[in-house]
Design a protein around this ligand. Sequence first.
Ligand code: HEM
Length: 289
Amino acid sequence: MLPDLQRLATGIVDEVANAGQCDVVELAGRMAGYTAAALLGIPREHGHRLHELFMITHSSPDVVGEEAFHSAFAEMAAMGFEALAAKRADPADDVLSAYAQMKVDGRPITDIEFFGNFILLADGSLDTSRNLISAGMKLLFDHPGVRRRLADDLDALLPGAIEEMLRLLSPVVYIRRLATEDTVLAGQRIAKGDRVVICYGSGNRDERVYDDPEEFDIDRKRGDHMAFGGGGPHFCVGSHVGRAEGMVMIRELLTRLPDIAQAGPETWAATSLTSGLASLPVRYTPQST
Ligand code: HEM
């Protein structure tokens, strides 16, 4: 997907290059939304809208209100079932067409199974990648020395910088599992049926594994962070796409808008499931496209 992702990133930066200011979270949200749309095979506006809808459903209902929560979910359901009808009628070379034609134990996938996977894929790919790009830029604004080195040698340093951003940011805060048997984990007794929360950001700061775990060090040799999960069958299926989105968009921002700088205080999204910014205002010398 790299050439497609590059075209998306160039187009997104083209739209704001002249303006001299924008919000990086908005750009990152577009990158994530457009990428999800291309992968799943849905209209680009739906990808972007899904990104906004997941921002609502991931937020605490105390903050967004029950009504907004339910209407966002209803809109997602309408979009998912519309996609199912479209992919059954006219399949194309995309992930949702493959799901719509899929057989499970010899019988066609049910509507609700399709919808569950639609939600899982869309949910998995939106604010995660957005948070990597936007909070990754914030890390670079806060570490000007690292940023200078990175901008001078993107080819050599960007892959390591992306891994370190993933480690330190841990865009997914936690996932919950249900214990299927009695067990003991790190001295803690867990009974069958217990709900166990895995906090990725904590594992990613394990002082037994990482020296100075709070430091943003793009030269770390270890690439075994758990920002995409700790291994096993549920390891993030989109890890390569997520990394590629981060790589392409951060390179585009640093090279096309070389003096990009934070222009005001950032705000954080009101969700505990994912960790990321709600806004990050920036300014830069306007560029002609
Ligand atoms: C920086 C970007 C991303 C981060 C940090 C991230 C992180 C994660 C994490 C922590 C999990 C849970 C793993 C587990 O339960 O063991 C996960 C699962 C998942 N991710 Fe991602 N993800 C990212 C991008 C994506 C993208 C781009 C897609 C889609 C193309 C995606 C699709 C999924 C799906 C479908 C699952 C569920 C897999 C399963 O339960 O079998 N993710 N991701």
